[in-house]
Design a binder for this molecule. Structure first.
Ligand SMILES: *Cc1c(COP(=O)(O)O)cnc(C)c1O
Length: 406
């Protein structure tokens, strides 16, 4: 046996990525202005951000950030349990709990950290976490960190969840699901899952990173839209970096559970608090998200328009009523080709490939924002149809080339 060498390891991994058309590239945004972004000196219409309500550059949100930063500084200074916890954090936690109708909220550095915290603080070797197969990567990693058993069920299949829980009758059980699925845009069957959790005495945890602000009355998210309360969903995740246009996350729910997390979750204890100015910005954003219904009305109008136009040109869209509107492309090369055609035409849409989505399910993940107009959506759909036809032609040419050389 010889010591493995890191350079060989990463070179092999890089070669595999190239062969599978899985190389990811990072683009630098030079300037952001609403739905428009400047990339490499060109202005593109952005259809891949998560700023669904268009709040990240709202003057009231940016103004709150600036005011608070001028008074309180740019940083978080320390962790919450040392001296980093600020009155602005308290105010935001109270506002989030009030909005979602829960007893308490607890802020975290990010949604990824909050998911690590929940599972690490609640589950150990003898416990089980049952998850939807399409849950966010952070929930899968969280189960690994917790050291618990991880069992997955087919997407949106409450009976599958029931079977998995029945097979693990001992220890604590956490049933974890995305509220709105991040790559598919559909909503989990929360009413059925709540029933399963009750029958199996499992704790239901809903990661509503893409639901809060967007789904349900007053944007209270997919849990409220399913008419479930803290009794049925003792814990849910709200992220502050998507519809709320800021950065960070909060867990909202049962006060005793959140106390336990604040006392024992390592990703809460051993990390710096969010900058108070960021809390002030999100507080302003929550007030807008709660009160300004026109943003959700506009989104609903754009989603309906996207469906109508996409169906007219026969796009392979997935069924979704949220601002996440995926269009399946098949293989990775085709997804990349389509994203390239779109960019040349002035539209920025992300090509999402495995391992983020299952093999053979590469897609364009279109995201709509209240900042888009109806004409923007029309132009996008037309261009996607053109990109699809072009990728199809490219694939035929490649096939003929292979035949000729065989
Ligand atoms: C984005 C996302 C997260 C992670 O949240 P961050 O605040 O970006 O770390 C967690 N879960 C889901 C479903 C997400 O989409």
């Amino acid at each position: 046996m010889a010591r493995a060498q890191w350079r060989e390891r990463i070179e092999a991994a890089a070669a595999e990525r190239v062969a599978a058309a899985r190389v990811r590239s990072r683009r630098s945004v030079g300037h952001r202005d609403g739905a428009r972004v400047e990339v490499d000196g060109r202005s593109l219409l952005n259809f891949c951000g998560n700023d669904y309500l268009g709040l990240s550059q709202h003057y009231a949100v940016v103004g709150a950030l600036q005011d608070a930063a001028a008074r309180e500084g740019a940083g978080g200074v320390a962790s919450h349990l040392v001296c980093g916890h600020h009155a602005l954090h308290d105010a935001l936690e109270k506002e989030l709990a009030d909005w979602l109708g829960a007893p308490r909220a607890l802020l975290f550095g990010s949604g990824f950290l909050a998911n690590l915290a929940v599972l690490q603080a609640l589950l150990g070797d003898d416990d089980v976490c049952v998850q939807d197969r399409l849950n966010h990567a952070s929930l899968v990693d969280a189960a690994r960190l917790a050291g618990c058993k991880l069992r997955r069920y087919p997407h949106a299949d409450a009976e599958g969840a029931l079977r998995q829980l029945r097979a693990q009758p001992e220890g604590l059980a956490l049933l974890a699901t995305d509220g709105v699925f991040s790559m598919d845009g559909d909503i989990a069957p929360l009413k059925e899952l709540a029933l399963v959790a009750r029958v199996q005495k499992a704790l239901l945890y809903v990661d509503d990173a893409h639901g809060v602000g967007v789904v349900g009355a007053d944007g209270r998210g997919s849990v409220a839209a399913a008419k479930l309360s803290t009794a049925e969903v003792p814990l849910q995740l709200v992220t502050l970096g998507k519809a709320l246009g800021g950065y960070g996350a909060a867990l909202v729910g049962d006060a005793d559970l959140l106390d336990h997390l604040a006392q024992s979750a390592r990703p809460y204890i051993y990390t710096t608090a969010l900058p108070p100015a960021q809390a002030a910005a999100t507080l302003a954003a929550v007030k807008l998200a709660r009160g300004e219904h026109w943003r959700r009305d506009r989104l609903a109008e754009l989603v309906a328009r996207f469906h109508e136009r996409a169906d007219r040109v026969g796009l392979a869209r997935l069924p979704s009523d949220t601002p996440i509107q995926p269009v399946l492309c098949g293989d990775n090369a085709r997804a990349l080709s389509m994203a390239g055609t779109l960019e040349r035409a002035g539209y920025w849409v992300a090509a999402i490939r495995p391992p983020t989505v299952p093999e053979g399910r590469a897609r364009l993940r279109v995201t709509l924002s209240a900042l888009h107009g109806v004409a923007d959506v029309d132009g996008l759909v037309e261009t996607i149809a053109r990109a699809r036809d072009r990728a199809e032609a490219e694939a035929r040419v490649a096939e003929m080339g292979l035949l000729a050389s065989a």
